[in-house]
Design a protein around this ligand. Structure first.
Ligand code: ZID
Length: 231
């Protein structure tokens, strides 16, 4: 069977969960990667059965995750994370939460050529409510780091673990190509980068690894992230 990794699942209310569920319905085993600040809450919800209704698959069984990895996609290696993050409550006990750490864990758990699908369903724009006219350099770069470079880094580190013919996919938003008020904080810029990077990565990773790289421009969905901007 196929194995999928969905990065950016921390509850049952976002695209990542729905995508993970669809992969499971199609017969794949599904691993997810969760932002450390949200990891404990997610594990608690799972354990206490709070998501059993949404986990229900067509055959009556419950969606289960083969692994739940910690992931903070703004770090490529553990050394990149500042000490105050590494020693903070939500991060200190989860092990290597970087993208490099994720790749190492997957390689250790399943070996090389063990992944068929990598689905990137994460974004973060700390100043998303600010129009571009008011966005700080730090806010703009943070949005690009979490929402665009994270894909580049994931392909760099996970493509070598993927089987030829495998597929990488992310989610974007039309504000990359049209001016849409309310999608601020440099998130429109980050999505434009994500879309351009998708074209270049599909060329490069297509040739080097035989992979496909795509992005889907999503419609509105009242996830946790989207509720922050009033969707
Ligand atoms: P979500 O909150 O369920 O998922 C985002 C996840 O990212 C969360 O689990 C976070 O914990 C995680 N995360 C944040 N920072 C980090 C980090 N540094 N490292 C690791 N994980 C992190 O929200 P979602 O399902 O809306 O988002 C999933 C993807 O869909 C993101 O790429 C979105 O940009 C994208 N998307 C969502 C929507 C939407 O409506 N929900 C739209 C387009 C694209 C959209 O914004 N009209 C208006 C707006 C929109 C569409 C139409």
């Amino acid at each position: 069977g196929k194995r999928a990794l969905v990065a950016g699942v921390a509850d049952d209310g976002g695209f990542g969960f729905a995508v993970a569920k669809a992969f499971a319905e199609a017969g794949a085993s599904v691993c997810v990667a969760t932002w450390p600040p949200a990891l404990n809450i997610f594990l608690n919800l799972l354990e206490r059965g709070k998501m059993d209704e949404s986990r229900k698959l067509r055959d009556g069984s419950l969606l289960t995750f083969e692994r739940i990895y910690p992931l903070d996609a703004i770090y490529d290696s553990l050394e990149d994370a500042p000490d105050d993050v590494r020693s903070s409550k939500r991060y200190k006990d989860v092990g290597d939460f970087s993208i490099g750490g994720l790749a190492q864990r997957i390689a250790a758990d399943f070996g090389d050529q063990s992944l068929d699908i990598v689905f990137h369903s994460l974004a973060n724009g700390p100043e998303v409510k600010k129009p571009l006219l008011e966005v700080s350099r730090a806010g703009y770069l943070a949005a690009s780091s979490a929402s665009a470079y994270s894909l580049v880094s994931m392909v760099q580190r996970l493509a070598p673990l993927m089987r030829p013919g495998g597929s990488v996919c992310s989610l974007t938003y039309m504000a990359s190509e049209r001016a849409i008020p309310g999608y601020g904080g440099g998130m429109s810029s980050a999505k434009a980068a994500l879309e351009s990077d998708t074209r270049v990565l599909s060329f490069e990773a297509g040739r080097k690894y035989g992979l496909r790289v795509n992005t889907i421009s999503a419609g509105p969905f009242a996830s946790r992230a989207a509720s922050a901007i009033g969707i």
